[in-house]
Design a protein around this ligand. Structure first.
Ligand SMILES: Nc1nc2c(ncn2[C@@H]2O[C@H](COP(=O)(O)OP(=O)(O)O)[C@@H](O)[C@H]2O)c(=O)[nH]1
Ligand SMILES: [Mg+2]
Length: 218
């Protein structure tokens, strides 16, 4: 394809994704345990990241709603997998995974979280992609690396998404992008491309919608 045809195809995909995400998006259920998971009838795209990374804000930005994902609930209480359906009929589900890395969580809570997440990641047939959110100001932290290694081991392919890009100067952002890309290359299940986003400014949101749609096989 020529460059302009490429650009046109990307534009069409974004327009289609925008339409889908601005249509039906509905909260389905919260699963505090595996037995509460919904029937695996459609592809699922799961979102994970450290607490406060901007996961709720990104889900809201993607779906163009103000509060589809409850913003910042007390750490430790958000231990469920939250499922949202997109499309009518449902084309795929977005899965809001519990945030990790919160300092005050008791060991038992962390262990429970890990067991739930690991089992979901390993066993979920319809899981099409995971998005690993990373705060652009902080870059990859030990808990992110642990998550990425868990995904590598489960052979679940994932995109790394930098959040809050608006908070950095261009030169700082460039540096963190380069470092994150270099490290993602060392993880077998990580996509080579990095997504740079700002839910606040709408940066990278249309592209990410198109990527999620493609991940869902649409
Ligand atoms: N400047 C800026 N702040 C953001 C952005 N996304 C999230 N935040 C802020 O970061 C904090 C945590 O966001 P939230 O979406 O609740 O994070 P979660 O805990 O990962 O769900 C909130 O104060 C948000 O307003 C962004 O793109 N830019
Ligand atoms: Mg949240």
């Amino acid at each position: 394809m020529s460059e302009s045809a490429d650009a046109e195809a990307a534009h069409d995909a974004e327009a289609l994704a925008n339409r889908l995400f601005s249509g039906r998006v509905e909260f389905l259920l919260s699963a505090p345990e595996l037995k509460f998971l919904p029937e695996p009838t459609v592809p699922e795209i799961a979102f994970c990241g450290r607490s406060n990374v901007g996961k709720s804000s990104l889900l809201n930005a993607l779906t163009g709603r103000r509060a589809i994902a409850r913003a910042s609930v007390t750490p430790g209480r958000t231990q469920e997998l939250n499922f949202f359906e997109v499309g009518a009929p449902t084309a795929f589900r977005l899965v809001d995974m519990p945030g990790y890395g919160f300092a005050k969580a008791p060991v038992k809570v962390v262990e429970r979280w890990k067991a739930l997440v690991r089992t979901y990641l390993r066993g979920r047939q319809v899981l099409a992609r995971v998005l690993v959110l990373v705060d652009a100001r902080h870059g990859l932290k030990a808990v992110d690396r642990e998550m990425m290694t868990m995904l590598d081991a489960a052979a679940v392919s994932y995109r790394v998404v930098l959040t809050k890009a608006d908070k950095l100067k261009a030169s700082e952002l460039e540096r963190i992008v380069a470092a994150t890309v270099a490290e993602a290359k060392t993880h077998v299940a990580a996509f080579p491309d990095l997504h740079v986003t700002s839910s606040e400014k709408g940066l990278g949101i249309a592209e990410l919608r198109a990527a999620v749609m493609a991940d869902a096989g649409l």
